[in-house]
Write a protein that binds this ligand. Sequence first.
Ligand SMILES: Cc1cc2nc3c(=O)[nH]c(=O)nc-3n(C[C@H](O)[C@H](O)[C@H](O)COP(=O)(O)O)c2cc1C
Length: 153
Amino acid sequence: MNILLAYATYSGGALHVAEIIQATLESMGHTVTLKNVHDIDASIFPDYQSVILGTNTWLENKEEGNMNGAYYKLKEQLSGTPFAGKKIALYGLGDSHQYNTSFCQSVDHLTRLVEEFGGTVASELRIDRFYFEKMNNTVRVKDWATSLSSIIG
Ligand SMILES: Cc1cc2nc3c(=O)[nH]c(=O)nc-3n(C[C@H](O)[C@H](O)[C@H](O)COP(=O)(O)O)c2cc1C
C-alpha cells in the first residue's frame, strides 16, 4: 500500500515523528511518500488511498492551539470531497505543561479540515513534549505506526 505522509513543522519535531512513522511502516512492507505540506497541493490526493497528516500545535491566526499555517494554505486550494473514501490518520505535537488548555488542539483543527472535505479520521495520536520525553515518545510513535498498518495500510 502506498501511503501519503504529509507533515507541517516549525521546529522539526513533526518531521522527526514523520520519519519514525515512515521507517516503521516501511519495515512492515508499505511504501510511504513523505512530503512537507508546503510542497503539496490538492492534486496529490487522488493518488493515495491512505493519508497520514501531521502538525505541530502553535499560535496561528491569533489563535492558540492551532494547526500549522501550511494547512490553511492547502485548505485554500481544496474543494469538493478530496478525502472521501480514504483511510486517514492524524498526529499532532504539543506541550501540555506550557499550553495546558490548548494541548494538541491542532488535531481537532485537522479533524475538522478532513471532515469539511469529505473524510473521516480512522486514528489519531497526540504527542506531548516530543523532545523532552524523546525515548518514551519514540516508543509511542512506533506503536501507533504499527497499529496503523492494519487500520490504514
Ligand atoms: C509560540 C508557540 C505556541 C505554542 N502553542 C501550543 C499550543 O497551543 N498547544 C500545544 O499543545 N503546544 C503548543 N506549543 C508547543 C509546540 O506545539 C511543541 O513544542 C511542538 O513539539 C512543536 O512541534 P514542531 O517541532 O514540529 O514545530 C507552542 C509552541 C510555541 C513556540
